[in-house]
Write a protein that binds this ligand. Structure first.
Ligand code: HEM
Length: 441
């Protein structure tokens, strides 16, 4: 089953055109009354933001919706969607993801009571509350809130930056046939993200074609602890101030400077005009004619977060399968003065991580388990890369990372966790047609 071209009126907006407005609410709900819920979904379906809408003039408030396997069961939908990770639920992947158990998980995600999620996004939280009231009125007591996360972009010049201070949302795959690609983007078949689309070889029930699998993760970030680690382990290149040395270690962990400048293009200093130029800020492969890609970490460590999760020319030919579309947003307050004074997190903040793919064990789970957590990845290097310093997870144990210090790439640094998984869930984001009055849902 494959579609010749994508029907952007039938695919949800956030899947193909990540919606990263200034505020977002994740409203996780349980279904109490399946028949009533289905009736109301048919009425509500036309309010769900499509990819066509998201690609152009967006409504002031966008709405997207997804269902867990527990939700589909509750709605009486028995078809196998062809994704085992989805069917078993995220809690089944605790070990595979490297989480240290579920002790830090948000309680709702350890139950079978989360049946779906509404993602509401807008420039104002008033709009979001209005829309949420509308949803509560529409669905009445057929649904009940299980958990709610209100997230918003960081203030001022940190807008778009995650809490460690790094610009996020720069590099995304380019979906073949959808818009124009920027230099350096990986071109992927639509079936890597969309069920039943060209390149998806899994058997799906036809009503699910046009849908996508979404991974939600609430990833707490220990920002004062991260900053203090950078200060204490600053990499003092000749002429660097301590602040520059700390910034440099952070940049080595990510593979980009805070403003988004790729280390591969500018290894010793950020370059703001390069960072803000979409024609240039993703146009690199880690390969250089004058360097051996199996030993050179002078520009970018093998273990850097953006290299672990998109190894570019470390693969020959480049990988066009294990890709995700990310649509994350920061949650939680800025670091307080007492938190930075004591280098200790007191308030919960982090990343409301969201990504889409057609097959979770080829997308998010593949990147987390087989790349970020695997010390020998990228393969074939003269030194083991070690863990991804940002998201690499070792069941709560310290993580060895190599290659962070360009003066001595055989030096191993041992890092505590700066990102703490608070769990999450896997969702199916159905095509609009499946939610119409005569649809399967
Ligand atoms: C890129 C931060 C979790 C996959 C990035 C970038 C930043 C970042 C700053 C570079 C900017 C960009 O290209 O968008 C974080 C933080 C995380 C986190 C702070 C946790 C708190 C994850 C997770 C995954 C992931 C869990 C997947 C398992 C990616 C991918 C890229 C990326 C695929 C793009 C790489 C590229 O194409 O160059 N992340 N991230 N991230 N991240 Fe994360």
């Amino acid at each position: 089953s494959s579609q010749a071209s994508l029907n952007l009126d039938n695919i949800q907006g956030d899947v193909l055109f990540p919606i990263t407005t200034s505020t977002k609410t994740f409203f996780f709900f349980g279904v109490n009354n399946a028949a009533q819920f289905k009736r109301q979904l048919g009425n509500f379906q036309s309010s769900i933001t499509t990819a066509s809408q998201a690609s152009g003039q967006r409504p002031a408030t966008t709405v997207n919706i997804g269902f867990t396997q527990d939700g589909l069961n509750t709605l009486g939908v028995k078809d196998d969607l062809g994704d085992n990770s989805f069917s078993n639920g995220q809690i089944n992947d605790v070990q595979a993801m490297g989480d240290p158990g579920t002790g830090n998980w948000v309680n709702a995600f350890t139950t079978h009571n989360v049946h779906g999620v509404f993602i509401l996004a807008s420039g104002s939280s008033d709009n979001i509350n209005t829309e949420l009231n509308m949803i509560r009125n529409t669905f009445g007591n057929s649904i009940s809130q299980q958990y709610r996360l209100d997230a918003s972009q960081r203030p001022g010049d940190q807008a778009g930056h995650e809490h460690f201070g790094f610009m996020d949302g720069i590099s995304q795959p380019c979906v073949d046939g959808v818009g124009e690609c920027l230099p350096g983007q990986s071109t992927i078949a639509p079936g890597v993200l969309i069920l039943g689309a060209q390149g998806d070889s899994t058997n799906r029930p036809s009503w699910a074609n046009g849908g996508s699998m979404m991974v939600f993760r609430q990833l707490q970030q220990l920002v004062p602890e991260f900053n203090s680690f950078l200060n204490q382990n600053a990499i003092m290149m000749p002429g660097f101030t301590p602040v520059q040395g700390a910034d440099f270690l952070g940049a080595r962990m990510f593979g980009r400077w805070q403003d988004g400048t790729p280390l591969d293009l500018s290894p010793r200093a950020a370059n703001p005009s390069l960072a803000s130029d979409p024609q240039r800020n993703n146009n690199f492969t880690f390969a250089h004619p004058d360097e051996d890609i199996s030993s050179d970490q002078d520009r970018c460590p093998f273990a850097a977060h953006i290299r672990k999760t998109n190894p570019r020319a470390d693969f020959q030919p480049q990988n066009v399968v294990n890709h995700i579309m990310r649509s994350s947003i920061a949650y939680g307050p800025e670091v307080s003065s007492s938190e930075s004074q004591f280098s200790k997190t007191q308030q919960n903040r982090g990343l409301a991580f969201v990504c889409y793919q057609s097959q979770i064990d080829q997308g998010f789970l593949f990147q987390q388990q087989n790349w970020a957590n695997l010390q020998s990845f990228p393969f074939g290097k003269n030194e083991d890369p070690g863990f991804d310093p940002i998201i690499g997870a070792n069941a709560g144990q310290p993580r060895a990372v190599n290659g962070l210090d360009p003066r001595n790439t055989t030096r191993t640094m041992t890092l505590p966790d700066f990102v703490v998984s608070q769990g999450g869930a896997y969702f199916f984001f159905p095509p609009l047609s499946a939610m119409a009055s005569n649809g399967r849902l």
